[in-house]
Design a protein around this ligand. Sequence first.
Ligand code: GLP
Length: 229
Amino acid sequence: MPTTTDKENASLQAAREVIEQIKKKPQSCLGLPTGRTPRALYRHLIAIAREEKVDLTGVRFFGLDEYIDVRQESAFKTYLNQSIYQPLAIDQNNCFSPIMIDDYDALIKRQGGLDLTILGIGGNGHIAFNEPRTPEFSWTHCVTLDESTRTANQEFFPSLDDVPRRAVTMGIQTILESRKIILLAFSKSKIAILNRAFNGSVEEAIPASFLTKHPNLEIYTDFEFTWLK
Ligand code: GLP
């Protein structure tokens, strides 16, 4: 398990893991998060990919989630376009979002399944947009967002009223089926929820707690954290 207390260094290490995955399997399927947490990782990923001239033409990119009824400028697809797809000149045919198809899980399976999924964690323990009380055996589905989640994401919108109330997200099983998972938790505000998820009971109240069942999970933090197992 990586141990680091520096966000830049943690993001760099995580970016190197992603590059290693792509070099090992050029046809990799990657699950990608949005939000504040992965920004540094994407920056490092772009820098390494350019410097090492990594071939990305076979990589397929799957957004974890997307708002329903959102203006284009605030859509997660726009975030991913700006943060990673455009800077790396990724073919749009290799960029997928759960909003674009009824059966996202079937699409992921047809593409060979997720090899590596990067996650952040919400203040209430959500992963992607799987809010508390999401069943463990859930696949890609529509959700009503918690008010705490809408408030946490308000800064990406002109006002709280503009934050959509609904979204579509990969389910818990979609995520757990990924062959490898990298979880990023940055800022002291995530310490308590990370401890509850990994050192507390596994329960629907904390969706991230289901990650403890995954056999190939790495956690990167910018604070001291020990998974007691
Ligand atoms: C968002 C996203 C998640 C993200 C989480 C944490 O709402 N749907 O994928 O991991 O909340 O966001 P942040 O990294 O901004 O704290």
